[in-house]
Write a new protein. Structure first.
Length: 163
C-alpha cells in the first residue's frame, strides 16, 4: 500500500483508530492478519472505485469493515461459517460506525455466490471480486512461505544427516 496516499488514509482513519477494529491485528486470516487482509481489500477497492469514478469513500470504508469480527465463526459446517460471517461483520461494523445501505450491501454480499444474495451495487461487486483475488493471493503466498520454510528445514536436516 502506498503510504503516500493521504486521501486513502484520511478515509480509513476513523476505522483504524477504533479499539475494537484494532483487535483484528491479532487474528490470523489467510496466512496473514485479518487486519492486513481488510486493509488490502480496502486499498484495492479504493483504487478501482476511484478509477471508475464510483463512490470510493463509502466503498473503502465498507471494504475495510467486510471481515470485522474478532471471534472466529464457530460453526462446524464450513459453508455455514462462510455464509454467516458477513452478517456478523455487518453487526459488528454497525455497532461502531454509521453505515448506509450501500455499505450494508457491500459487507453482507462480499461472499457472493456463497451467500446466494447477489450484490445490488457496482461497488459491492468490486469489493466481492477484490476480496476473492486478495484471499487467493494471500493463501498462495502463505502456502509458498510454508513450503519454503519446510524445504529449508528438510535441506538443513539432510545436510546435518550427511555429516
Amino acid at each position: 500500500m502506498n503510504r503516500g496516499n493521504n486521501e486513502f488514509f484520511n478515509i480509513i482513519k476513523p476505522i483504524i483508530n477504533n479499539c475494537e477494529f484494532d483487535k483484528l491485528k491479532d487474528i490470523r486470516h489467510h496466512g496473514i492478519t485479518r487486519y492486513d487482509h481488510c486493509m488490502r481489500v480496502a486499498y484495492y477497492s479504493y483504487i478501482v472505485t476511484k478509477f471508475f469514478r464510483l463512490n470510493y469513500k463509502d466503498t473503502t470504508e465498507a471494504a475495510l469493515l467486510h471481515d470485522f469480527f474478532t471471534d472466529e465463526v464457530v460453526e462446524e459446517n464450513f459453508i455455514k461459517r462462510l455464509t454467516n460471517h458477513p452478517n456478523i461483520a455487518f453487526l459488528n461494523a454497525s455497532k461502531y460506525f454509521k453505515l448506509n445501505k450501500m455499505q450494508e450491501d457491500i459487507i453482507k454480499t462480499h461472499m457472493f455466490p456463497i451467500t446466494l444474495t447477489p450484490p445490488k451495487y457496482l461497488e459491492s461487486w468490486i469489493v466481492d471480486i477484490v476480496d476473492d483475488i486478495a484471499a487467493v493471493y494471500e493463501k498462495v503466498f502463505s502456502v509458498r512461505k510454508e513450503l519454503s520454510a519446510a524445504t529449508t528445514f528438510l535441506f538443513l536436516l539432510l545436510i546435518n544427516y550427511m555429516r
